[in-house]
Write a protein that binds this ligand. Structure first.
Ligand SMILES: *Cc1c(COP(=O)(O)O)cnc(C)c1O
Length: 357
């Protein structure tokens, strides 16, 4: 099942629509009242994701954003500080939730790939003083969305976990695309997840569900998270309808993420050859590719508009930056078509060529 007819939607893997198989799983779902702990399908999803991520317990939530926000609410008191990459989703794309809800402030680390080290964090840790914010959480993104879908290596996470444990901070993983990282590396999700004090996966990205995230952690953490879920209005009723989609996705849509990674690599490979066009990353793809247009003679808005006229949607990330994301609902042929179009449009914009307008 494809998205809007004829549109090749590369703006995000959130463009995925529930497949026929997923819709059938939804229709068959056994349900009960989730707020009373009586929805069997939700309980099954939570138990499965807890195990998958190497933790005691898990909690089904309406969105990944809520997984992040509830984690900060549990880990932080007002005035605490959360260390993150400057391009992190939690910092720039969640309406300042950590500040607005948990009363925490961010301490951004300049890390264009989204990946930083324990050595980067150590100098940022505040000495315990009455006038200083309390350093409380380090949060990392697996994979790094605005870092080009890069995978945090286990060793780097382990090193950070050593530092946070030693200094009494929590290590949080925004695992919106953790399963992409796992498929790309062959490393089990639990090998990443168990290193963190809280971790979640998104069901609505490459896994293809309409919505939902599952947050995992130690029992004590999840018990607190459950209170915040209720308090924020995230508690549901017959949520088995959507949990069934999540279980279906874990059965059918994880291994196939490898196809999305191949498509991203194929897209990048085709465009790398174009003089002046920056392609990031250069290798080791998951499902995200950035195009840097500085030296092409065309601006991101302009390229996006021209692509849109040909039925290809891409994300404008800055004046000269485009992001594309591969997913379940774009085929290899779609990717070839998009890459060919971009190549043609950039060739047309090259100095001396003059774009027909
Ligand atoms: C999409 C995304 C989120 C938010 O997830 P939603 O389910 O859309 O709320 C958080 N972090 C990252 C890195 C994401 O890509």
């Amino acid at each position: 099942m494809t998205g809007t007819v004829g549109l090749i939607d590369l703006r995000s893997d959130t463009a995925t629509r529930p497949s026929q198989g997923m819709r059938q799983a939804i229709a068959r779902a056994e349900v009960g009242d989730e707020q009373r702990g009586e929805d069997p399908t939700t309980l099954a999803l939570e138990a499965r994701v807890a195990k998958l991520l190497g933790h005691e317990k898990a909690l089904f939530l309406p969105s990944g954003t809520m997984c992040n926000q509830i984690s900060f609410l549990v880990h932080c008191r007002p005035g605490d500080e959360v260390i993150c990459a400057a391009n992190a989703h939690v910092f720039g794309s969640e309406a300042a939730g950590a500040a607005a809800l948990a009363g925490a402030q961010f301490r951004p680390v300049h890390a264009p790939t989204g990946i930083f080290s324990a050595a980067d964090v150590e100098p940022l840790l505040r000495a315990p003083r009455h006038r200083s914010p309390r350093s409380r959480v380090v949060t990392i993104e697996q994979t790094t969305n605005r870092g080009g879908g890069r995978v945090w290596p286990v060793a780097a996470i382990a090193e950070l976990a050593g530092l946070t444990r030693q200094t009494g901070l929590a290590l949080h993983m925004d695992g919106a695309r953790l399963l992409n990282a796992s498929v790309a590396t062959g490393i089990a999700p639990a090998d990443f997840g168990a290193l963190c004090d809280s971790v979640w996966i998104d069901l609505s990205k490459g896994l293809g569900c309409p919505f939902g995230g599952v947050l995992a952690g130690p029992a004590e953490f999840i018990d607190e998270a459950l209170i915040w879920k209720h308090r924020l209005g995230g508690a549901m009723r017959q949520s088995g309808i959507m949990a069934a989609a999540g279980l279906y996705a874990l059965d059918h849509n994880v291994d196939r993420l490898a196809e999305d990674h191949e498509n991203a690599a194929r897209f990048a490979q085709r465009l790398k050859a174009i003089p002046g066009l920056g392609v990031d990353p250069a290798d080791s793809f998951t499902n995200i590719v950035f195009l840097r247009l500085e030296n092409t003679g065309i601006r991101a808005n302009d390229l996006a508009k021209r692509l849109s006229a040909h039925g290809v949607a891409v994300n404008v990330e800055g004046p000269v930056t485009i992001r594309i994301v591969t997913h379940h609902d774009v085929s290899r042929a779609d990717i070839d078509r998009a890459a060919d179009l971009i190549a043609d449009l950039i060739a047309g914009a090259a100095p001396g060529k003059g774009l027909a307008t």
